[in-house]
Ligand binder design. Structure first.
Ligand code: FE2
Length: 292
């Protein structure tokens, strides 16, 4: 059966079905998913009984996988394959992590609006998140459409940001949350990455307002002025009309394009178990070729 799509929001996001994503993808199906991703930015697949290996296999159809912040933290993880990112509040021993644990600190950082790995070059292209255990309340994920955000900018702002570049830093969110006990080696593990504020999404050719909480400074601007402007732009980009809220059901797989959307997790009771598994495609020339 060919890919079926049902829009979930007036601007972006669709529910996808019709393709068995537990099996190797045909060229035709791969192309159809990439075309849909370029249009919708976020695809939601319900009721997917994916094993970790099947998620890895499916993800690798779209390009090389990345390990993200594991470059910095290098702590013992529950999931053995380093390309599986454990978005959970479960510690390495399999227990719900303590309230002030490093695991929960990462979860709180995920509750700030961001684009995965925008602090690196190459950054992340698609991320894929599979829900295994959901809590009794909260824990939604919200997505914001950065193309709609750009389209809604006043001309004066478009002109102003035209040639501006922002520096994104891996530990900026952690520092914002009061976590500053890092060694010099950890701070240097991922050098800051610079991206244009006024970007073009490679798959759709549409303009993007590329902001997010990893951005800590506009190049060439005073820190305070650039942080205030970045906050203003982020507030603009995440207005309710540009946001889709995903309410997780166990077995959901959600794929999003980090080059055209932002996302954030929402609050839940961290004493309740929540387990999701993420894979992330590195935005390399190889991945771009596979998406073309
Ligand atoms: Fe994320």
């Amino acid at each position: 059966m060919p890919l079926q799509l049902k829009p979930l929001h007036p601007l972006f996001c669709a529910q996808a079905s019709g393709i068995d994503i537990t099996q190797p993808l045909s060229e035709t199906d791969l192309k159809a998913i990439n075309t849909a991703m370029n249009k919708y930015g976020v695809l939601v697949w319900r009721g997917q009984p994916l094993t970790a290996q099947q998620q890895l296999n499916f993800s690798q159809s779209f390009g090389p996988l990345d390990i993200g912040l594991k470059r910095v933290f290098q702590r013992k993880e529950r999931l053995e394959d380093e390309r599986l990112i454990d978005i959970s509040n479960v510690d390495a021993q399999g227990n719900v992590a303590g309230r002030d644990s490093p695991k929960n600190l990462s979860n709180f950082a995920n509750q700030l609006w961001h684009s995965d790995s925008s602090f690196m070059k190459p950054r992340a292209a698609y991320s894929m998140l599979h829900a295994l255990v959901t809590p009794s309340w909260g824990g939604n994920t919200e997505f914001a459409d950065l193309r709609a955000a750009y389209d809604a900018l006043p001309q004066r702002t478009r002109d102003e940001i035209q040639d501006l570049q922002a520096e994104h830093f891996a530990l900026h969110t952690r520092l914002l949350l009061g976590d500053d006990a890092y060694t010099e080696d950890q701070k240097k593990a991922i050098p800051p990455a610079v991206w244009p504020l006024s970007d073009t999404h490679p798959g759709s050719g549409r303009k993007v307002l590329f902001v997010g909480v990893h951005a800590r400074q506009i190049i060439g601007w005073p820190v305070a002025e650039s942080r205030m402007y970045l906050m203003d732009l982020l507030e603009h980009a995440t207005q309710r009309p540009f946001v889709y809220t995903h309410e997780w059901e166990e077995g959901d797989l959600v794929i999003w394009d980090n080059r055209s959307t932002l996302h954030r997790g929402r609050r839940y009771d961290i004493a309740e178990r929540r387990e999701l598994r993420r894979t992330t495609i590195n935005d390399t020339p190889e991945a771009q070729l596979m998406a073309s």
